[in-house]
Write a protein that binds this ligand. Structure first.
Ligand SMILES: [Zn+2]
Length: 197
């Protein structure tokens, strides 16, 4: 993947000045535009760089000129625009959003495990030496405090969110788990995820 990044500048304010006469037409009607440089990624401003710059133009005759002392005054009083940080703000929002979503997933998982239903599918995680393996358990029946489950035929060497197409739940091999034991499996991280159809 390639990333486009670099420097650009945006106008952060515009002023009219009526103190300074135009050297061409003598009008007292100057326009000052103040700019700020920024670092962009895919043209989204991430943070400000360099300093403020400005242009000065007579609104009467259109003549562009440069008066450092005057421009400096306006550059100095112009505050940085929050738009200069757009990218950083987006990234921060994304992080907050992901953590809220993750928190909700954890809550949902706990709610499902606390009150299991037939058809629930657990993503199970087990450690075997240095490697972690995954498989699935499907709840096929609930009787009193016992949950009857069938395991997937396949064992996965890396995390998958659902069983693959050739996989199936082995009917003849039922594993009975107590409700309390199920919660323990969640707390110990052996239940990685729960899907309810
Ligand atoms: Zn002029």
């Amino acid at each position: 993947m390639f990333i486009i990044y670099g420097q650009k500048k945006m106008r952060i304010n515009r002023y009219s000045d009526h103190q300074q006469a135009c050297s061409e037409c003598r009008a007292f009607d100057m326009e000052i535009k103040v700019y700020h440089g920024y670092f962009h990624v895919f043209f989204i401003p991430f943070w400000p760089i360099n300093d403020r710059t400005s242009t000065l133009q007579c609104k009467g005759c259109g003549r562009r000129t440069r008066i450092d002392s005057l421009q400096y005054q306006y550059e100095k009083k112009t505050k940085k625009s929050p738009f200069l940080y757009t990218g950083l703000i987006l990234v921060a929002c994304l992080i907050v959003w992901i953590s809220i979503a993750n928190h909700n997933t954890q809550l949902e998982k706990k709610a499902y495990v606390t009150a299991p239903q037939e058809g629930d599918i657990y993503t199970m995680q087990q450690r075997d030496g240095h490697k972690t393996e995954y498989y699935f358990l499907k709840v096929v029946m609930i009787k009193n405090d016992s949950i009857y489950t069938q395991h997937s035929n396949l064992l996965y060497t890396k995390y998958v969110s659902e069983p693959n197409d050739e996989d199936y739940f082995v009917e003849g091999d039922v594993r009975v788990i107590g409700k309390r034991q199920l919660l323990e499996l969640l707390q110990e991280g052996e239940i990685n995820g729960v899907k309810r159809p």
